[in-house]
Ligand binder design. Structure first.
Ligand SMILES: Cc1cc2nc3c(=O)[nH]c(=O)nc-3n(C[C@H](O)[C@H](O)[C@H](O)COP(=O)(O)O)c2cc1C
Length: 210
């Protein structure tokens, strides 16, 4: 399938991209995905398609159903406090994932990858990635219920969500590396994070260079 550039489906009037419905069946067994997962730091430069982007965002924080307490997401959340906010950085710009609507709100239309790589100590995997998924958190949401343990719970949740992304990239034949070494203030500024929202993790994603 020829990758479809993400920007082609941007609705410029509303600044949002309607994402395609997630694939909830898949063809690769979980055990195969677990056995194949590796950190990949070199990419071909080929873009990630709109369908792949949609699938990765759903894996990160998508709504996968509902029960008597409300919506359920693909990653667990302490007391359903849902502190995580997911951002995307691609050549098309900066996006913010809205799980309820399963859409991407475009916040900027310039390519921030090089600046983000610089904020991550010059790590080339960020500049070379077709897509960087930034996992950020509003810890105050969790602190309302779990005051003393909010920091711990939020970090654990980010790990759950990022592992979902890593496994989904593997299942799609993409490569990825989780990146935790970066300058928090610089990344916050680039992503234009609101006060109280902190960057926790970046995931560089692309087609693996073999
Ligand atoms: C919390 C955390 C932070 C990480 N930060 C970075 C990073 O900043 N840059 C990088 O290249 N890899 C980073 N990694 C990836 C590790 O280097 C990688 O997982 C490790 O070398 C093992 O390789 P594997 O993922 O292929 O099993 C990070 C991994 C974790 C769990």
């Amino acid at each position: 399938m020829t990758p479809e550039p993400v920007g082609e489906s941007v609705d410029r009037s509303s600044g949002t991209i309607a994402l395609s419905p997630p694939d909830v069946t898949g063809l690769v067994p979980l055990e195969t995905v677990l056995a194949k997962r590796r950190s990949i730091r070199h990419f071909t430069g080929a873009p990630v398609s709109a369908t792949e982007l949609s699938q990765l965002l759903w894996a990160a924080q998508g709504i996968s159903g509902a029960d008597k307490h409300g919506p359920v997401r693909t990653a667990p959340s302490s007391g359903r406090s849902v502190p995580l906010e997911v951002y995307t950085v691609t050549p098309d710009g900066l996006g913010h994932y809205r799980p309820t609507e399963h859409e991407l709100e475009m916040l900027r239309t310039d390519d921030l990858r090089s600046a983000l790589a610089e904020a991550a100590g010059g790590q080339p995997c960020i500049a070379e990635a077709a897509l960087v998924i930034a996992m950020t958190a509003m810890t105050a949401r969790t602190a309302e219920k779990y005051e003393g343990r909010a920091g711990r719970f939020v970090a654990l949740e980010a790990g759950h969500a990022v592992q979902n992304v890593l496994l989904q990239t593997t299942a799609l034949g993409l490569g990825a590396v989780p990146v935790g070494s970066f300058d928090d203030a610089k990344v916050s500024e680039l992503l234009a994070l609101r006060g109280g929202c902190d960057p926790l993790y970046l995931v560089a994603v692309g087609y693996p260079q073999r």
